[in-house]
Design a protein around this ligand. Structure first.
Ligand SMILES: C[S@@+](CC[C@H](N)C(=O)[O-])C[C@H]1O[C@@H](n2cnc3c(N)ncnc32)[C@H](O)[C@@H]1O
Ligand SMILES: [Zn+2]
Length: 279
C-alpha cells in the first residue's frame, strides 16, 4: 500500500490512524489488518456478514461487461460529476461499493494527482480494484459500518449502484466536498428484466434516497444518462450475471432464459447521476 494511501486510512474499530507494519496496517490501539499479496487490505470485523458481497463470478461478469464499452457513456458522466464535486477541494476520491474500481479509475483519469480509495465488501472486487490503477488503495470493508477513512480526507465520495451510509460519507468528506450517487432508473435494462426474471428497480428509490440524505446533504446537480445498447447474447448474460439478480437466479437458468431472446436486441441503459454537497 502506497504511503500516500495509508495516510488517508483509519482503523474501522477505533477510528485512529493506521500505519504500515510489514504486511499489515496497525493502529495505535493495536488493531491490525492484513495486506493481501494481491494488494488490498482487509478491514472486516470477525463477525461481519458478507451476504451482499459480489461473488467471484459476479465480479468477473462485471469486468467482462465493462470491457465491452457499453457502460462508457455512463462511466464518463460519473467521472464528470466527480470532477465537478472535487473543484476547489483537496482530498482523495472514495468509491463506496467500488466493485472492480472501473468508475473510480475513470474519475481519477480526469483528476490528476488525486488518490483513490476503493471500498467493497467483496474480496474478489477488492482484488480487481487493487490492480485497476496504481493510484487506487483497495480496502475490503462493510460500508454499513464505520468507514476506514480519516475524517475530512475525501474531496469526493462516489456511490454507484451500491449501499449508502450518509452519516459516514459526511464524516469522511472535507468541507465543501461532494457526494455523487448513481442509481438505476425504472427503464434501466427494462427490455430484459421480464424475460430473464431480473430484480426490477423500485420506483420509490429516488424518494427514499432523498429521505436518507436529507439533513446531511443538499442536491447540487442531477443528470439523467439514458441510451440504448445492442449487446450480443453473451454480453446480455454478463449484464444479468453482474447485478443483484445473480444472488437469486442460477447461472444455468439465466443462460436458458437468455437463449429465448432475439439474436440482436436493443437494451436501455438508464441511470440518475446526482451530485450533492455536505450541508
Ligand atoms: C451493483 S455492484 C456496483 C459496483 C460498482 N460500484 C460498479 O458500479 O461497477 C454493488 C457492489 O457493492 C458491494 N457491496 C454490497 N454490500 C456492501 C457492503 N455492505 N459494504 C461494501 N460493499 C458492499 C458489492 O460487493 C458490489 O461490488
Ligand atoms: Zn484501532
Amino acid at each position: 500500500m502506497r504511503p500516500e494511501a495509508t495516510e488517508l486510512l483509519a482503523c474501522v474499530f477505533c477510528g485512529s490512524p493506521v500505519r504500515t507494519d510489514g504486511m499489515m496496517l496497525t493502529c495505535r490501539s493495536r488493531h491490525s489488518f492484513d495486506v493481501a499479496r494481491q494488494g488490498y487490505v482487509s478491514m472486516l470485523a470477525g463477525d461481519a456478514h458478507v451476504g451482499t458481497a459480489d461473488s467471484a463470478a459476479m465480479v468477473d461478469a462485471r469486468a467482462a461487461f465493462f470491457d465491452t464499452g457499453h457502460f462508457s457513456p455512463l462511466s464518463s458522466a460519473i467521472a464528470q460529476a466527480a470532477v465537478h464535486a472535487a473543484e476547489g477541494v483537496a482530498g482523495c476520491v472514495v468509491d463506496a461499493g467500488a466493485g472492480t474500481g472501473h468508475h473510480l479509475a475513470a474519475a481519477l483519469a480526469q483528476l490528476p494527482g488525486r488518490t483513490g480509495v476503493a471500498l467493497d465488501l467483496s474480496k474478489h472486487a477488492a482484488r480487481r480494484a487493487a490492480r485497476m490503477d496504481p493510484r487506487i488503495a483497495s480496502v475490503v470493508c462493510d460500508t454499513w459500518r464505520r468507514l476506514p477513512v480519516r475524517d475530512g480526507a475525501a474531496a469526493v465520495v462516489l456511490d454507484v449502484f451500491a449501499p449508502r451510509n450518509p452519516v459516514e460519507f459526511d464524516r469522511i468528506l472535507a468541507k465543501g466536498g461532494g457526494l455523487v450517487v448513481v442509481t438505476p432508473n425504472p427503464s434501466h435494462l427494462s427490455e430484459i428484466i421480464g424475460p430473464l426474471g431480473l430484480v426490477s428497480v423500485d420506483e420509490r428509490k429516488g424518494e427514499r434516497l432523498e429521505d436518507a440524505l436529507h439533513g446531511l446533504f443538499e442536491p447540487v446537480e442531477e443528470v439523467r444518462v439514458e441510451y440504448p445498447i445492442e449487446p450480443r447474447p453473451d454480453e446480455i448474460i454478463a449484464l444479468a450475471s453482474m447485478g443483484p439478480s445473480a444472488h437469486h437466479v442460477a447461472e444455468q437458468e439465466l443462460a436458458a432464459r437468455a437463449a429465448n431472446l432475439p439474436e440482436r436486441m436493443s437494451v436501455t441503459i438508464s441511470a440518475r447521476v446526482a451530485r450533492y454537497r455536505a450541508r
